[in-house]
Design a protein around this ligand. Sequence first.
Ligand SMILES: Nc1nc2c(ncn2[C@@H]2O[C@H](COP(=O)(O)OP(=O)(O)OP(=O)(O)O)[C@@H](O)[C@H]2O)c(=O)[nH]1
Ligand SMILES: [Mg+2]
Length: 179
Amino acid sequence: MGFLLTKMMAVFCDKEHKVIIVGLDNAGKTTILYQFLTKEAVHTSPTIGSNVEEIKVRNSNFLVWDIGGQDSLRASWHSYYCNTEFVILVVDSTDRERLTLTKEELHRMLAHEELQKAALLIMANKQDMKGSMTAAEISQCLTLDSITTHTWHVQACCALTGEGLPASLDWMRSQVVVN
Ligand SMILES: Nc1nc2c(ncn2[C@@H]2O[C@H](COP(=O)(O)OP(=O)(O)OP(=O)(O)O)[C@@H](O)[C@H]2O)c(=O)[nH]1
Ligand SMILES: [Mg+2]
């Protein structure tokens, strides 16, 4: 009974869930953040520091931090990790040359003690572009199958049109309910 009540409270009185959006520069993180928020493609410029927005999906509240991905900024990603429940890793699906770098950043992040309980959502962005890698190709290159320490999910998307974004938020909500 106590368990059921706790579950019901979790569903109806949802607290705020901290989300960080990471990925290399130009992956489309800021475009995704504002597409989540406004359902429109906004004009962006490279993020210096971070943007933060609250996103409500039905009864779930997410506090979403979009962190700049330029080389010089990646060293400070860790300062955003505390209390993070979801890591969204955005990949530019056309950027084959830098996928190995993304893989290194991903596995370094997953080893960080403050992210041990975080769930991981990989967004294979820019699916509208010719020659983009599929979500399956990206999964393979990032060796996602080897990840057993974190719950993870891959979503193909296009931040310009918003395709794949509702499904991403639905997955995050499903994880909130599961936990
Ligand atoms: N074709 C296409 N372009 C996209 C898509 N998503 C983002 N872009 C473009 O990619 C460029 C970079 O997008 P941003 O959202 O600023 O990238 P970012 O990951 O926030 O980059 P940093 O802030 O430097 O880390 C912009 O010109 C966007 O319009 C997409 O799905 N398709
Ligand atoms: Mg940005």
